[in-house]
Each structure stands twice: as C-alpha cells, then as structure tokens.
Write a protein that binds this ligand. Sequence first.
Ligand code: SF4
Ligand code: SF4
Length: 374
Amino acid sequence: MFDEHIRAFRTCQTCPSLCQSVCPVFINDGIKTHSPQGLMQLLNLVRKNKMDFDESIATEPYHCLDCRACTELCEHNIDVGSVMQAGRNEAYRQELAPKEINSFVERFHRHNNPFSRDLVKKLKNMLPKRYFNPNNSVVYFPSCSTVAKCPEIIKDTFSLFDKFQIDFVSLFADPIHCCGYPLLSCGAAYDFVDIAEINYHALKNYKTIITGCPVCAHVLKNIYAKYDFNLSRQVVTVNQFLKPYFKDMNYTVKKKVRSKVMFHDPCYLARYMDEYELPREMISRVSGYEPLEFHDNRKSCSCCGQGAAYPIVERERANQITKNRLEECYEKKANLLISQCPICLYKMREQSNKLVIKDVISYLNDCIEETSSS
Ligand code: SF4
Ligand code: SF4
C-alpha cells in the first residue's frame, strides 16, 4: 500500500520539516502527527507494515486541507496533499473512514450535492429564462456551494455580463451542479468518477465553460482529464473570461464604493489555478487603489481552514482556523474582505459578524455602473 509515494516518504523522512511552519492544521492544533511530516510518517509506517491501517490511523489523512501550502514551501516539491488523498481513498475503500464521512457521502447521493437542497429549482427561480438559452456555446457552471450558500454571486455575475454586453453565456441548468470534489476529498473516488462522467457528457460540447468557483475550475480543468474526461481546453475562470472586456471596455465607476478592502487568496485560485494577480488588478482598476494584503498572500497564502474533507471530521478546529485567518482583517482594520471561492466566503461569513465579505465579481458589479466599447 502507498508504494507509489516511496520517494515522497523518503524525502520527508530526512527533512528538517520546515513546512510545518505554514501548515494551518498543525499551527492550529499543535499535534505533531498532523504536521505534513507527521502525516507522511504515519502512512510510511503503514507502507512498511510497521503499523496497521486501522480506523484510528485511517482517520489521519483527513487531517489535511489539501491546501498545498507545504508543497509551495518545499524545496523538493513534495505534494503531501496527494499522498493524503491516496490515504483517504484507501480509508474509504476499506470502509475505515470516519462515520461523518460516510454520512456525508450518503447525503451527497440523496441530492447530488452536499447541501440537501433542490439546487436546480433554486437556480431556475433565481434568474430570468433568457439566461438559460440552451443554444449558446458558452456556459457558466455555477458550483453547488455558490447556488446553496452565495447565490448573489451568480446574479452579480450575470449583471456584470449584461453591463459588458455579454449576452451569449448560458447558465448550466442540468441536474448536477457539483463538480464532485466533495466526494473525491472524502476518498469516494469511484463515486467521484461517476459524477465526472455525467458532467463531462453534459459539458463537452460547449466551446467555453466559465466558472466562478476555483475548486470547480481546478477539478473540471485538471482532475477530470486524469480520468479521460478532458475539458481542459474549454474551462476558464470567470476572471480569465472577463479579462479582455476589462481591457477593451470603458466603464463608469459608481461613487461611494471606497472602503478599506482586503483580499484573501483562495488556495485553489492562487496555488492550483496560478491566478493571484488578475483579481487584484480588477479590484485596483475599479477602486483606484490596491487592496490590503494578508501577511501570507498570493502563492504563499494561508488556507481558510475549510479545504478537503477536514471540516467534515474536524468542524470546530476548521472553524478556528477560519477565525485565525480573519483576525488579521480586524488587526488591519479592513471593513470589506474580498475573496473568490464560495467555500471561503460562506465559511468566513459564518465566523465573522464584523466584516462585510464579498466575492470579487460582486465587488466589481457593485463598483461598475455601465460600460461602453473603447
Ligand atoms: S513536504 Fe517537503 S518540507 Fe515538508 S517535510 Fe516533506 S520534504 Fe520536508
Ligand atoms: S496540504 Fe496544507 S493542510 Fe495538508 S499537510 Fe500540507 S500544509 Fe498541511
């Protein structure tokens, strides 16, 4: 078991473990076995048959946010998150995953998303019929977290499209609005592949697939291709899609939009999609000034604590990591926090009553009054 990661295990074993200084899980709980090196050592002991892969050990790979902060710092580019994903796959396959994971997967299968709601109905009630034109060759994939928890982002996106005179994008209204990542992060790899296959066939004929969720962007663009469901060329983030319009259009900016704005990089946007300057450029362009920065920013950003399946098994600790991240906003006296991941956004909103927290697109839509071609 885990033999394919032998190089990674050996490298971590002989390393001074500097990456533990950026691991949000270890920083928060201080438990040595939850540091990147600690997690790697446990699975290496299982690999060498020096430790049983029982229920207690099978829970440990869930103590990783898959945030890639350790990989970013690691001189050897060791991807601890992928090894922990293999650990979660094995835990789930051997029916050793924590009970919270099994309940989560069952709930997902009842509704085709993690939120136990009729998301398609909600989506169709949200916007006029003209946004669902099935003949358009460009589609917006809304993400289940956005529909369930931050639906205003979808409205704001299409309002911004209208302001940029973009009338050729349809909202994806097929029954499944989840890219399947929650299943994958639980270790339910086969269930994830089923969702990937359904989404692939529903999306493959679109010329362009836009998404405002960086997790969906990474999964649709990079993970599906590993299972031969290749949508890589079609998938773009909403920022990449809008970039030329920002360049080519003149826009009138509303007055009174100034506030002390801070920007939080979602791990999936900054580290997985390599996109961190573009949202800043857009924010600066409409506001006239650069957002305040967290100490850990861009590719060195720190996770909000809600990545992978960690919040399913460690809800309180995950929320504490979110609170830790928000502390810096209070210290810097920000009154508006902008980010671009529905999971970061809704979890940060749940943990703060002192800040207004918005998506980049909502902020741009708030700021821009109208546009004209230059
Ligand atoms: S991930 Fe890199 S820095 Fe961290 S323990 Fe392994 S080898 Fe060392
Ligand atoms: S991916 Fe993130 S949470 Fe997981 S071990 Fe690395 S730093 Fe820690």
